[in-house]
Write a new protein. Sequence first.
Length: 89
Amino acid sequence: MTDSIMQDDRYCYITGRTDHLDKHHCFTGIRRKAADQWGCWVWLNHDIHMTAHQQQPEILLQLKRECQERFEEIYDHETFMRVFGKNYL
């Protein structure tokens, strides 16, 4: 597993909690494998993770945007578009 480009330590990206953590891929579906390879994921407390997927899609969009910004700080916009094929900003 590639380290996250978003976090150095294991804690919920949103709440800071350290219990019941799930790995959340910022980009899913056909982009999930690339998200793993490029470190585009965060730890989320399980309850936050389920709420985001089921009731609060705005959280998911915010995570995509923050991850794209971080990715482009490390690499560049062209690489992001080549890898993920969609601009979230």
